[in-house]
Design a binder for this molecule. Structure first.
Ligand code: G4P
Length: 283
């Protein structure tokens, strides 16, 4: 299996900028995809922002199994980290963001108050891979007309702090992936969820991965969606054939049009046709 590589030009620049801005923020909002909380964590950004209070926001919580998500929330919880689940599309869980961020800031704020300083809005840096739902979340959070707070002196103007809420200023950062997926499964999970654009990965690899995962974990959902009846021990080709036949994806002469099957399957996975999904396992 070839290693998946990803080299967007702006990544090194973004890393530098994030490092430079870090001292000006109180807390990092790390947005993860609730369906793959580990695979969707950018290890570079995670490393760069180590040492800051962190609020992990498990995005798209509506697309993951609720019960397992509560276990992930517990898994992430520690002295400097809180985790919450959010459905930014449906607007659920948004109000917990400021509350949890305030909780993470409590000690710092108490020290400031003891010195007679007034509380100012929490300054958060928002991190997340492409398509994780950053824009949707920011739009939900905006409680006042977003106003530019101003550039931080000495650093590039690319990143902006924006006061979006009476109690919250946000430093948005571009969604970035990282140079190399050490574990090829990570790339396949991100591709299945739609975080990686197609030309980077072979579509057949992604579909094979997705079908194998469904056969093992949710073969009923696979059968129900395509109105087929494959058993969990079926081969991937059996599934491709069953979908192709059922949908009439055939080439001239009547053979299965596998390209169409693959495209359709990936489209369906990305459009949540198989119910709640959890691709990662709590370590
Ligand atoms: P980004 O800025 O991080 O790149 O992501 P963006 O907000 O653009 O969201 C990417 C897609 O994810 C959007 O779907 C958005 O609606 C969806 N999304 C964001 N947050 C949530 C969530 O909490 N739950 C669910 N189910 N979806 C979420 P899209 O396919 O581009 O558009 P549409 O499906 O909304 O029409």
């Amino acid at each position: 299996m070839k290693t998946i590589q990803w080299y967007p030009g702006h990544m090194a620049k973004t890393s530098r900028e994030i490092k430079a801005h870090l001292k000006n923020v109180d807390v990092v909002f790390e947005l993860l995809d609730a369906r793959a909380p580990l695979a969707s964590r950018n290890p570079m950004m995670h490393e760069i922002t180590k040492g800051k209070p962190r609020l992990i926001i498990l995005m798209k919580a509506d697309l993951a199994p609720h019960k397992v998500l509560t276990q992930w929330v517990t898994y992430f919880h520690n002295e400097f980290t809180r985790a919450i689940t959010v459905d930014a599309k449906g607007g659920r869980g948004i109000e917990n963001i400021v509350e949890k961020a305030t909780e993470l800031m409590r000690a710092k704020r108490e020290r400031a108050q003891a010195r007679g300083l007034k509380n100012r809005p929490i300054r958060a840096m928002i991190l997340g891979i492409p398509n994780v739902g950053k824009s949707t979340l920011i739009n939900r959070l905006v409680k006042r007309k977003a106003t530019k707070v101003g550039d931080v002196p000495g650093v590039t103007k690319h990143l902006q702090t924006v006061r979006i809420h009476e109690e919250l200023s946000l430093l948005d950062t571009p969604g970035v992936l990282w140079p190399k997926f050490e574990d090829p499964e990570v790339g396949k999970k991100l591709a299945l969820l739609g975080a990686i654009r197609d030309p980077i990965l072979a579509l057949d690899d992604i579909a094979v991965y997705g079908i194998a995962w469904l056969l093992e974990h949710k073969h009923d959902a696979l059968n129900a969606h395509y109105d087929i009846s494959v058993v969990p021990s079926a081969s991937i080709m059996d599934v491709f054939d069953a979908i192709g036949k059922r949908r009439g994806f055939l080439v001239a002469g009547g053979a299965i049009d596998y390209d169409r099957v693959i495209e359709r399957f990936i489209h369906d996975f990305r459009h949540h046709k198989f119910g709640p999904i959890m691709l990662d396992v709590i370590p």
